[in-house]
Ligand binder design. Structure first.
Ligand code: PMP
Length: 348
């Protein structure tokens, strides 16, 4: 079972939720207005094809709307991929610190998860390729990955794809793509456009600040989008989500605001944590993986209790193979500074 980020602190203490990689900036005001318009027609079913939303995405990203599917969060699309391409006896590959939904979706489809080692918290293309068997049907790769925040350059993704036979589908989960500021990164659009066995998933839950509405999308070859459309529920994206997502996608100014905030605070938070003597995995997303000391009273579990008591809720990542680390989402200035100052006190 997927356990969401905690959001409970002691009564009377102000909550700063830094446990689910949500946006401290929130959604575009245009998205909020669009939702209230959508609520005037709640007796009607939504457009089962999410046409407006697909067209807004296609327009902004320069894609063909027929190659896009929308879902109730990208989680739904990951599940649809598993249900469409996996059955008993099939194998799906993902990496040891990969996003937990890959395991859940694979098991729910009755298939076998194949977990491969990472190289210093980074996906290892050679290890993934070495794990491929005639039963492999899917490779799930989050780029950047949650909770490590590391990424693979496009050249590595190309090398991974080149090593896969055409019966294996490469799923590039680019939930955090908008945050990445690296010249050698590409979200996956180019890979999808040039190949018949690559699909990219995206979300409105992170930089677009619309996690509550559950909006995800995928861009893939026509045959895959057709297959997923046959498997999905007929009205899988609700009317408020379609309206808000379309408006949010077009609000480039708001997106820029969120990017600028993250660029500034990702560096400040990373530097400050390192200055406290903690190891931080270099991240290109909107969160950092913080490794704690193996000293009694100073472990991640101890820090988690200490921070939660003061209202700063981070994410325990034991389930991701990091028993002595916490994942901290880049939050508001107040939340970031508050967490850093509480950690300083904790470590002193
Ligand atoms: N992929 C990754 C790597 C994520 O971290 C998340 C959110 N935790 C998702 C997919 C799912 O996002 P959503 O279902 O909200 O679109």
């Amino acid at each position: 079972m997927y356990i969401p980020g905690k959001s409970k602190v002691p009564v009377g203490v102000k909550l700063h939720k830094l446990s689910s990689n949500e946006s401290p900036i929130g959604p575009s005001p245009h998205a909020v207005t669009a939702i209230s318009e959508a609520t005037s027609k709640m007796e009607d079913y939504p457009d089962g094809s999410s046409t407006r939303l697909r067209e807004a995405i296609a327009d902004v990203h320069g894609l063909n709307a027929d190659h896009i599917i929308c879902g109730n969060g990208s989680d739904e699309i990951l599940g649809l991929l598993a249900n469409t391409y996996l059955s008993s006896g099939d194998e799906a590959i993902f990496t040891e610190h990969g996003f937990l939904v890959y395991r859940i979706a694979t098991l729910a489809a009755g298939a076998t998860p194949v977990v491969v080692k990472e190289d210093d918290c980074k996906a290892d293309v050679d290890a993934i390729l070495a794990a491929v068997t005639p039963n492999t049907k899917l490779v799930f790769l989050a780029n950047p990955n949650n909770p490590t925040g590391t990424y693979l350059p496009i050249e590595e993704i190309r090398r991974l794809h080149a090593g896969l036979t055409s019966h294996v589908v490469l799923v590039i989960d680019a939930a955090y793509a908008e945050y990445v500021r690296r010249n050698d990164y590409e979200s996956g659009i180019e890979m999808v456009s040039g190949n018949l066995n690559v699909i990219m998933t995206r979300t409105f839950s992170k930089i677009y600040g619309l996690a509550a509405l559950r909006i995800g999308w995928a861009y893939g070859p026509r045959h895959m989008i057709d297959a997923l459309n046959r498997v999905r529920g007929p009205f899988n994206v609700n009317a408020a989500a379609i309206a808000a997502g379309s408006a949010a996608m077009k609000d480039k100014k708001h997106l820029e605001l969120s990017i600028v905030h993250n660029d500034e605070w990702l560096v400040k938070v990373t530097d400050a944590l390192q200055a406290l003597g903690l190891k931080v995995t270099p991240s290109v997303g909107n969160f950092v993986l913080v490794h704690f000391l193996e000293i009694e009273g100073k472990t991640a579990a101890d820090a988690n209790v200490f921070l939660t008591q003061r209202g700063f809720v981070l994410r325990a990542v034991t389930g991701y193979g990091f028993p002595n680390a916490l994942r901290m989402t880049i939050g508001s200035e107040e939340a970031n500074l508050g967490t850093l100052s509480a950690l300083k006190e904790f470590l002193s």
